[in-house]
Each structure stands twice: as structure tokens, then as C-alpha cells.
Design a protein around this ligand. Structure first.
Ligand SMILES: [Zn+2]
Length: 246
């Protein structure tokens, strides 16, 4: 009797083992181990490589990547414009992106207000003059006043607002520049419509502009996604593209 029970158990054990090996072959083969090492290597290779290879297939000379900053001036303020909201105008090529963004934000319960968009050279010159006067009235010398003012208001010809690709936008119903006016919806979703926060926090050394949570710039969806996910400025992104192209 005992012998029969032992034989029966041995048989069941053997069948069980065979079934296990059949179902989970990788646990018993070197292959499974090799697969794991390979996938580990892939992951570690990815994290060590710089972002160069993953750059979108765009050219740094594309119209939507035009750089206008403290040392790149606009040659002409003659831009093909269209009105988007409250009389504010943008480059006609980005009208549909701005409108989609405003519509989708409203549908998600975030009512947004544009408070600046395209500016001519003359309009920018006036803004700069006012900003300098304000600094002088606070007791700064003319030279200091100009330097400080330009961290907030660019010199005429050096403002991104001349391109028609930039918008200043915040939550409706607030003082545009107040911290409560900052749109979290924009921060999370703007890239999906091709926009980037152009002057992020802690990037003043590169942009030469103070943190401006309201200033967004159209660069196209592919570029916007890469820039936002890698926490880059337009300056840094263009440098990477130029390296990759050269
Ligand atoms: Zn702006």
C-alpha cells in the first residue's frame, strides 16, 4: 500500500515538474537570463546617452523655431497677422493652434485671457521707455534702470512678441501678472498645442529674462513636447538641433 502511494506521489510530482518546465522555460534556461541582461543594458544605455538621438526631425531654421532674444534681433516687424482674442493678433499660421488651446482649456473649466501677443517695433519701444522711467522713478541710475527693465521688457527689435508667435496668457478674472493668475492647465497642456513656457524659473542665465509664467511661445507640437519633457529653453534646444545637424 505504502509503495503504491509513494509511486503515485512520485508520478504526480514528475508530471507537475514537467508542466512547470513547459510553462516557464525561461526559469530554467540561460536564455531568460540573457534576455534580462539585454533589456537592462538597453535601459542603462538609454539613460546614459544624451538626448541627441531622440530629437524630433525638425530643422533649426524652421519658421516656428525662429529665435528672437537679447542677442538675436528681428529684421522686420512686418508679419502676416490675424486676430485671436480681444483684438490681440498673432502670426496667421498659428491662429488655429491658439483657438484650439482656448477652446479646450475652457471645456476643461480653465477660462484663459490673452493680454499681449504681437507687438510692432514702435509698441515695444514705448513699453521699454515706460519700464525704464518706472525704474528711474524708483531711484536707479539711467544705466541701471535700462538693465533692470530689460529683464522684463526687451529692447525694441529684440522682443519675441515681434514674431507673432508669442502670447502672454493667464487665467481670466485675475490680475494678469499675479501668482494666482498663473494657469496650471497651461503648464500641463500647452505643449500639446505646440506652445512652451518660454521663460521658465531658474533659466534666467540663459534667456536673460526673468521668470514669466504667462509668456508662451509657439514652436510646433513635436518640438514643444521635447522641450517641455527635457526642461529646456528654446536657446538650449536650438543648440542641440544645431549640433545634431552639423
Ligand atoms: Zn510676453
Amino acid at each position: 500500500m505504502l509503495k503504491k502511494v509513494i509511486t503515485c506521489f512520485s508520478f504526480l510530482f514528475l508530471v507537475g515538474m514537467l508542466l512547470f518546465i513547459f510553462c516557464f522555460p525561461s526559469s530554467f534556461s540561460k536564455n531568460g537570463e540573457a534576455d534580462n541582461i539585454e533589456s537592462y543594458n538597453e535601459v542603462s544605455k538609454e539613460s546614459k546617452e544624451p538626448a541627441l538621438e531622440e530629437l524630433p526631425k525638425v530643422s533649426p531654421s524652421d519658421w516656428n523655431l525662429q529665435l528672437v532674444n537679447y542677442n538675436h534681433e528681428m529684421n522686420s516687424d512686418n508679419v502676416n497677422l490675424e486676430i485671436v482674442q480681444d483684438g490681440f493678433k498673432v502670426d496667421s499660421r498659428i491662429v488655429s493652434y491658439v483657438n484650439n488651446l482656448l477652446t479646450e482649456a475652457a471645456a476643461a473649466g480653465e477660462s484663459l485671457k490673452i493680454f499681449s501677443a504681437y507687438r510692432s517695433f514702435a509698441e515695444q519701444a514705448n513699453l521699454e521707455k515706460d519700464a525704464i522711467s518706472e525704474k528711474i522713478s524708483q531711484g536707479l541710475s539711467e544705466e541701471e534702470a535700462k538693465r533692470e527693465a530689460n529683464y522684463n521688457v526687451a529692447q525694441s527689435k529684440f522682443s519675441e512678441h515681434h514674431t507673432g508667435l508669442a502670447i502672454d496668457i493667464s487665467k481670466a478674472g485675475f490680475n494678469s501678472y499675479s501668482p494666482e493668475a498663473k494657469s496650471l492647465w497651461m503648464e500641463i497642456n500647452a505643449w500639446k498645442y505646440g506652445f512652451i513656457p518660454r521663460y521658465p524659473e531658474n533659466k534666467k542665465d540663459i534667456t536673460k529674462v526673468n521668470y514669466e509664467p504667462w509668456h508662451y511661445r509657439y514652436v510646433g507640437k513635436e518640438s514643444a513636447e521635447h522641450i517641455v519633457k527635457n526642461n529646456l529653453t528654446l536657446e538650449e534646444y536650438l543648440e542641440l538641433l544645431n549640433k545634431n545637424n552639423g
